[in-house]
Design a protein around this ligand. Structure first.
Ligand code: FMN
Length: 183
């Protein structure tokens, strides 16, 4: 079999399963309002006595600052119909814009966590922050599940993202897959 050389910068792409989330937060203190940001680097860590997750957020993101201050966040799990919304929410920081207002995102509040979940998501997990480890500009956030809900056809709805130009639906095929492993 032929294998192509992958740079050590791009090697992560080989192991990005693509379980995209929207990290939804609320600011505390002087800053005000709600925010949400797409995060592709999120994976399960444990399931007993409750599910736990780790997310890697750049420490400059407003969502990171919010969840560090509030101690809570919601992982909203976008549907393929929300691809544009995901791109919009990743195009600007909540420091510079109220994304819910700018992108006219209808939403509802979590039951345990004060953050706003966009209507139409495939599901969500409400989390409390159980740890944060900062390594350079990467903030590794540990979140323990407090509550979760999913649509009956969750896997048909779910949107996954690997890297620029590679989006897919686990049960629904590719949404613009480019050939090759290189960016
Ligand atoms: C599909 C997609 C996936 C992303 N994944 C991550 C990620 O895993 N970690 C991260 O820190 N930023 C990620 N980003 C970038 C942030 O979502 C983006 O910088 C966002 O504007 C930050 O917003 P905030 O400052 O309001 O938190 C991603 C963006 C997109 C569009």
């Amino acid at each position: 079999m032929d294998y192509e050389e992958i740079s050590i910068q791009d090697a992560y792409r080989l192991q990005n399963a693509g379980g995209l989330v929207l990290v939804c937060t609320k600011a505390v203190g002087e800053a005000e309002g709600y925010d949400l940001a797409p995060v592709a680097w999120c994976c399960p860590l444990d399931y007993s006595p409750q599910s736990r997750f780790i997310c890697v957020l750049d420490t400059s993101h407003r969502t990171f600052e919010d969840l560090r201050a509030s101690g809570e966040f919601i992982l909203a799990l976008p549907s393929y119909a929300q691809k544009r919304l995901v791109e919009q929410c990743g195009s600007v920081s909540g420091r510079d814009a109220d994304k819910y207002a700018r992108f006219e995102i209808p939403s509802f509040r979590g039951e345990k966590v004060d953050a706003l979940i966009p209507y139409g998501v495939a599901g969500w997990v409400e989390c409390k922050v159980s740890g944060i480890h900062v390594e350079g500009t990467s903030g590794v956030v540990y979140g323990d599940a407090l509550a979760a809900k999913a649509a009956k056809d969750f896997w048909e709805m779910r949107l996954h993202y690997v890297t620029e130009g590679i989006w897919f639906r686990p049960w629904g095929g590719a949404l613009g897959v480019k050939k090759g492993l290189k960016p």
